[in-house]
Design a protein around this ligand. Structure first.
Ligand code: BGC
Length: 760
């Protein structure tokens, strides 16, 4: 026994109880304790660059505003719109190089929470409303960091989808949406990309705070998914340190200066906490420290910040989404005449959101400077048009309108002011500031050749005004290289290729979460279930302003010859040919959506993204594109089966340029999983009849019963209304009817026979 303990807990066995306890909480705001052979681990926010705060003195107050410069890459809202995992991995690799240069062992990201509501104040830090897209990009960030020896902290685990009351609210989520939507990206990344740490969220899930949630932290994360890293708390998320440790939370952050360490020591001594729980956490922390500190070297080559700035620009280019481009207004031709650049945001760009993710950039490209530079001397005139704080200014407006009227074309920069969105609070509407909307109206009257460029971290409402502008560019928050990226796209030096990672609804009221966001009195009920984002818009048949997956470029593509087949290793392969039918080279993002067979046992979204691929094509060029995914991805999460379940039948596989621009479809017939649910007397007549084994058995019993009891049951089943009436009744209730051809004793035998034969 002693031997067993020492073998499984080599680090813990060498430490005193007090040392062990101290290892499981921070030593400062962003550093863990060094204890004996276990080195300290230093951390920095991210996720889209390093926030290198100064810590005053020994674990003293964090100074948010004096961070040292680091490259500010596009935040997740933008990177999500690139749909480009390779790019995300490259960006994360560059962040890791900077981290190592600063002696940072762990970058606190990526944030992979699902955008449940367009109002979430922190949506700029998250990738998408879709779990697959989130997993592809978030997983790439984990790989990019850890490949370079820097730990990722996958956050915020889990169901942290709003900022309102974020430190107390209970997200009340049913098991199916929890698994299919809110845990799915975590699961995929943990299983495939093996992050070294996960950060537990502030909120509670179904009443239990995440940092004390044994089901999530231990049963699901570790036991089901095989996670072997540490769970750290979000900053200040731990209320009961002992309960948290027992639930599987290894590290409380930030420091409590020994206060809660003493509680842990006391709990072990009093028998309240099993020391083996503490020892297990200590071993995991020791492994984490080894993993994360192995790669940092002080004598590495200096970081090439110029090259990282260039990467930030290239990355930003891939994130810009061209929503609309009528009469080929874009790209602008500098030779065609004067261009008016209007909007304070062209000169004072918003390029990241506020809160813990705020990076001090090494450079900042402004769209105005970049537009001027890229015109090669052609006239670019500028007017700010509005005050960024939203206060009206008639003179600024009039000046901008005069400029627009006298110019060949206009590019108008609009967007959300910084005070509208931040970590810590949610927005309460989707509209642009009134002064900007007023300006937009006047500018488009003065010059119809107006392209609008948006800067915003959360979705803004574009209806109804988008009807009036021929070209609309969603520039999100693009990081420090965004100004140049936008100029290159507006002038056609680069082709836009971004795609919406979230729906732009016509109205806030259309958002599927609308009726239950952000909840009240400490609870937010995820009443829309799995119908989040496009899944809900499609199910409700909502018109939307711009659908999930949408994005144009300066050329056009056709899709042909979609073929879908089962491939080895339980994979499914969709192949098709994509052709560039327009005048320029461009990148197409082919999206594969799957619809469940008719008559599914549960309500399935009309279509769900199951894979995607990007292809670069020259004019006239064709290429075959292959997208593969797992047969298991067809499953829904069944509470009855207590697990993922693939229904048998014919699925529809669709290739689309967006969730609403399906270009071709093909059927896919799949054998279903074997059900573990057995028919019983509580199963309804309907369930019996639709069961492949139970149905025929029951009909057989009914036929036999008919000889004794006239044609009671058969007659009832032949009457469509009566059949539906009876279909919802448990068979044991029907068996009690005097005329029933199946008696209660008969029923037991029937259940046994049905149970003996497996079915799907
Ligand atoms: C945020 C985390 C962040 C942490 C440390 C928290 O308030 O929710 O995302 O990593 O602070 O700054």
């Amino acid at each position: 026994m002693t031997q067993h303990t020492s073998r499984s807990h080599p680090t813990a066995d060498a430490l005193t109880l007090t040392e062990k306890a101290s290892l499981t909480s921070g030593a400062g705001d962003f550093v863990t304790e060094a204890v004996a052979a276990v080195p300290a681990v230093s951390m920095s926010d991210g996720p889209h660059g390093l926030r290198l705060p100064k810590e005053a003195g020994d674990g003293g107050q964090l100074d948010l505003h004096s961070a040292s410069p680091a490259t500010c890459f596009p935040p997740a809202v933008a990177l999500g719109s690139s749909w480009d995992a390779e790019l995300a991995e490259q960006v994360a690799g560059a962040i890791a190089v900077e981290a190592r240069d600063h002696g940072v062992h762990v970058v606190l990201g990526p944030g992979i929470n699902i955008k449940r509501s367009p109002l979430c104040g922190r949506n700029f830090e998250y990738f998408s409303e879709d779990p697959l897209l989130t997993a592809e990009l978030g997983g790439a960030v984990v790989r990019g960091l850890q490949r370079s020896g820097v730990g990722a902290a996958l956050k915020h685990f889990a169901a942290n989808n709003q900022e309102t009351d974020r430190m107390r609210v209970s997200a009340d989520v049913d098991e199916r949406p929890l698994r299919e939507i809110y845990l799915r990206a975590f699961e995929r990344i943990v299983r495939r990309d093996r992050p070294w740490s996960v950060m537990s969220a502030y909120n509670a899930l179904n009443g239990t705070p995440l940092s004390e949630n044994r089901r999530l932290l231990t049963d699901i994360l570790r036991r089901e998914w095989g996670f072997d890293g540490i769970v750290m708390s979000d900053w200040g998320a731990v209320r009961d340190r002992v309960a948290a440790l027992a639930a599987g939370l290894d590290l409380q952050m930030p420091t409590t200066r020994g206060r809660t360490d003493a509680e842990v020591v006391h709990a072990v001594r009093s028998g309240e906490l099993d020391v083996r729980e503490l020892d297990a956490a200590v071993e995991r922390l020791a492994l984490f420290a080894r993993r994360t500190t192995a790669a940092v070297s002080t004598d590495s080559d200096p970081v090439d910040y110029e090259e990282h700035h260039a990467l930030a620009r290239r990355a930003a280019e891939r994130c810009v989404v061209l929503l609309k481009n009528e009469r080929e207004l874009l790209p602008f031709d500098p030779a065609a005449g004067s261009l008016a650049v209007i909007g304070e945001l062209a000169r004072t760009p918003r390029y990241q959101g506020a809160g813990s993710s705020q990076v001090t950039p090494t450079h900042l490209d402004t769209p105005l400077d970049a537009l001027r530079e890229s015109t090669g001397g052609a006239a670019v005139e500028y007017a700010p048009g509005y005050r960024i704080d939203g206060t009206p200014d008639e003179e600024l407006l009039a000046q901008a309108v005069r400029l627009a009227a006298g110019s060949e074309s206009v590019v108008l920069f609009l967007g959300l002011p910084a005070q509208d969105e931040s970590e810590g609070f949610d927005r309460d509407h989707l509209d642009l500031p009134a002064v900007q909307l007023a300006l937009l109206e006047r500018i488009t009257e003065a010059n119809p050749r107006t392209a609008v460029v948006l800067s915003n971290g959360g979705v803004v409402r574009t209806a109804p005004w988008h009807e009036r502008v021929p070209a609309l560019v969603e520039g999100w928050l693009l990081g420090q290289g965004g100004g140049t990226a936008l100029a290159r796209i507006l002038f056609g030096h680069a082709a836009p290729s971004g795609r919406l990672a979230e729906t732009i609804p016509l109205r806030l009221e259309d958002a599927p979460s609308h009726l239950s966001f952000p909840g009240e009195e400490g609870h937010v009920r995820y009443g829309e279930g799995v119908f989040v984002g496009y899944r809900g818009h499609d199910q409700r048949g909502n018109d939307v302003a711009f659908p999930f997956g949408h994005g144009l470029t300066y050329t056009t593509f056709t899709y042909s010859d979609l073929a879908v087949a089962q491939a080895p290793a339980d994979r499914i392969e969709a192949r098709l040919t994509v052709t560039n039918t327009g005048p320029r080279s461009g990148r197409e993002t082919v999206q594969i959506y799957v619809s469940a067979p008719d008559g599914s046992r549960v309500a399935r979204p009309p279509r769900e993204l199951r894979g995607f691929a990007q292809v670069d094509l020259e004019p006239g060029q064709s290429r075959e594109v292959t997208v593969t995914f797992d047969r298991a991805d067809l499953a829904y999460y069944s509470e009855r089966e207590t697990g993922w379940f693939v229904e048998g039948g014919t699925y529809t596989v669709a290739a689309g340029a967006s969730s609403r621009d399906i270009r071709c479809t093909a059927p896919l017939t799949v054998d279903g999983d074997v059900s573990t649910v057995r028919l019983t007397g509580r199963s309804t007549l309907g369930e019996w009849l639709s069961h492949p084994v139970g149905g025929p058995l029951l009909l057989e019993a009914f036929a036999a019963g008919r000889t004794q009891h006239s044609d009671g049951a058969a007659g009832a089943l032949a009457d469509p209304v009566l059949r539906r009436f009876l279909a919802g009744m448990p068979l044991e209730v029907i068996a009690e009817f005097p005329q029933s051809p199946v008696s209660p004793s008969h029923l037991d035998a029937l259940c046994e026979r049905a149970a003996r034969t497996p079915s799907n």
